[in-house]
Design a protein around this ligand. Structure first.
Ligand SMILES: [Mg+2]
Length: 179
């Protein structure tokens, strides 16, 4: 697979993860989702999920067979607490773009990879890992603290990944406008 294909998300949401609706899951025949945690579900500065996010998870639980959290974060305390508050299974220290822990989640989900969405805010970790495994990759805008500035290190890294990917030919225009 070429670098472009490996970095090209299947769906560019053009907003935060909470824009994923049951209709979108239906449209792409997705039965399960693997979710990144940091800045996909929760801003770095927060240790707890927002009420809006909890409500979205409950809505998505009702129309999927399986949801997993797979994070590169090494902190059992942070990721474990977030997962427990959402009542979701989780794996940490995933080392995405490694496929190893995504494979473990996928085996537990017992779903074909084409029926599972990998949702994340980073191209070089979440999208790359998901595409390497043949998952349906969904690229979301990061969940940021309101006061966070454009000079924060995660913002700079994420934008660098976007810049490099677009130079390689990856298209990152939001696609869900009509959904
Ligand atoms: Mg992230």
């Amino acid at each position: 697979m070429s670098p472009v294909n490996l970095l090209q998300p299947n769906l560019i949401l053009g907003g935060p993860i909470t824009l994923i609706t049951p209709a979108i899951l239906d449209q792409y025949a997705l039965k399960g989702l693997i979710l990144d945690v940091d800045e996909t579900l929760v801003p770095w500065q927060h240790s707890q999920v927002s009420p809006e996010l909890s409500q979205w998870i409950e809505e998505i639980k009702e129309c999927t067979l399986s949801l997993w959290l797979v994070s590169n974060n090494l902190s059992e305390q942070r990721i474990g607490n977030i997962a427990k508050s959402l009542k979701l299974p989780y794996l940490l220290a995933a080392g995405k773009p490694s496929r190893r822990k995504l494979r473990i989640a996928l085996e537990q989900m017992n779903l074909p990879c084409t029926s599972v969405g990998m949702v994340g805010d980073r191209l070089f970790t979440d999208v790359l890992a998901g595409n390497r495994l043949g998952l349906f990759t969904i690229f979301v805008d990061p969940m940021l603290e309101e006061s966070q500035t454009d000079t924060s290190w995660t913002h700079i890294i994420r934008n660098l990944e976007i810049y490099i990917s677009e130079r390689l030919g990856v298209s990152l225009a939001a696609q869900n406008k009509t959904v």
